[in-house]
Design a protein around this ligand. Structure first.
Ligand SMILES: [Zn+2]
Length: 461
């Protein structure tokens, strides 16, 4: 299947006769050429990811580091030649971590590796100590009588496994998303969960959670997976297990912002194509995979269109602020621009591994556009999925509102080994797979943009 499509598109590009032979719609040779050139030749995406992670490093939402990242972004996008480079600021509560540690006090005293979850309550500098009560799922915690939980440190386990499409994250993150609220409502002293991840490194996975329905904030942390399994073995010995937990944290009022830049279209009256990722990251790694690569893929592909000439439609690049801690950037853009028409929304926020599937949600009338995208992406190993869905964290609410979008699915098999850990660093990015992402995005933009007019000087050659 792969070979046939590849051969068909090559033939189609080489000779108009090929279209008659194959009875398949032609892939525009200019689009194919751009795709193939970026697949082997893109350097923009690596440069952006390398620059941001080196010159800024971690950039927790709302902090001084994220503000430095916005300054860096404005300079970088301006230097690349984008137009209308600007920051749209917004206010938000800013959570940050302080000192954190965990240790088993009894029956087998030993240290454990823990990270506070975003929005965790603070234990204060002296920490808290209590007996562990363990559950193998959130449902088991939910079903437990309050007396069993009150005054104790809750531990919640889970059984997440890696999946190519990342779907296990949705299915297994409830210990983080719901566990703290349920534990708080039942009067728990604190909660620790098995990290929502799929690796066996001694790195805890942080991530955001919120205390819902008036639950009072309690200290909430994630143990690394080796530590969670160690705790389970200690519990199996049948004696009461006591843990000491120090999770210092604070919340202050602060500001974040979305960085926006454009490749102006020849017809400014047409709705723009929005491409983005999120600029903020968690604080332990350098946010290379999540989401330095994503913003780099979005900007690099727009830059390749800019280099090729002037698109008919404007391409708007957005580097969202404060995604990790609650989609604040996406929500602010939606508030300010969500009612304006957009030709399509696309977001990259699932690492930098190879894209294997394209979904779209452009509506029935635009099915030929969606089919043309599928056809042009097939030669780089991408299958066409649904014509009725697209996804993205920041753009999710706007897609749900009915705005059109494209979803380019990356291979998520190793994504949750690194996700929200100190291990999210530049060395985890495979440059060849990153270029395949840029090639796919550039192809999609070339088709959606409505045609690229080459600069006059180049035409004459
Ligand atoms: Zn992300």
């Amino acid at each position: 299947m792969f070979r046939t499509l590849f051969a068909a598109s090559l033939l189609a590009a080489a000779s108009p006769l090929a279209a008659h032979v194959n009875h398949s719609p032609l892939v525009d040779p200019k689009v194919a050429a751009l795709r193939d050139a970026t697949l082997t030749g893109d350097t923009y995406a690596w440069d952006i990811t390398e620059g941001l992670t080196t010159e800024v490093g971690p950039r927790l939402a709302g902090t001084e580091a994220e503000a430095r990242a916005r300054d860096w972004a404005v300079k970088k996008l301006t230097a690349l030649g984008f137009s209308n480079v600007r920051v749209e600021p917004f206010n938000m509560p800013v959570w940050s971590r302080g000192r954190e540690s965990a240790e088993i006090l009894a029956p087998f005293p030993q240290p454990m590796v823990v990270a506070a979850l975003g929005n965790s309550g603070s234990t204060g500098p002296d920490g808290v100590s209590g007996e562990i009560v363990a559950f193998d799922s959130v449902d088991a915690l939910k079903a437990a009588p309050d007396e069993l939980v009150r005054g104790k440190i809750v531990f919640v386990d889970h059984h997440m496994t890696p999946t190519q499409d990342g779907s296990s994250y949705g299915g297994f993150r409830s210990p983080r998303s719901q566990g703290p609220t349920i534990a708080s409502k039942k009067g728990a002293l604190a909660i620790v969960i098995r990290s929502i991840g799929t690796d066996y490194h001694r790195n805890p996975h942080t991530g955001v959670m919120t205390f819902d329905n008036g639950a009072k904030p309690i200290p909430a942390g994630a143990l690394s997976i080796p530590d969670a399994e160690q705790l389970l073995r200690i519990l199996k010995r049948g004696q009461p297990v006591r843990m000491k937990l120090v999770l210092e944290s604070q919340v202050v009022a602060g500001q974040s912002g979305n960085v926006i830049a454009e490749v102006p279209g020849r017809d400014p009256s047409l709705p723009p194509i929005l491409v983005g990722g999120h600029l903020d990251s968690w604080d332990q790694g350098t946010g290379a995979v999540d989401d330095g690569a994503g913003i780099a893929i979005a900007a690099a592909s727009a830059k390749h269109i800019m280099d090729a000439g002037r698109p008919l439609r404007t391409i708007r690049v957005i580097w969202f602020g404060a995604e990790e801690v609650g989609l604040f950037g996406g929500e602010d853009y939606r508030k300010q621009h969500g009612k304006e028409p957009h030709h399509a929304l696309i977001e990259s926020d699932f690492g930098a591994d190879k894209i294997w599937k394209v979904n779209s949600k452009l509506g029935d009338a635009r099915k030929p556009e969606a089919e043309a995208i599928g056809k042009a992406l097939a030669p780089i190993g991408i299958v066409t999925g649904s014509f009725n869905e697209a996804d993205g964290s920041d753009i999710g609410p706007m897609l749900a509102d009915g705005l059109p979008g494209i979803g380019l699915s990356q291979d998520g098999t190793r994504y949750f080994d690194l996700h929200h850990t100190p291990d999210d660093t530049l060395d985890k990015i495979d440059p060849a797979q990153l270029r395949q992402n840029v090639a796919a995005w550039t192809t999609v933009l070339a088709i959606l943009s409505g045609g690229i007019e080459e600069p006059k000087a180049r035409k004459r050659r």
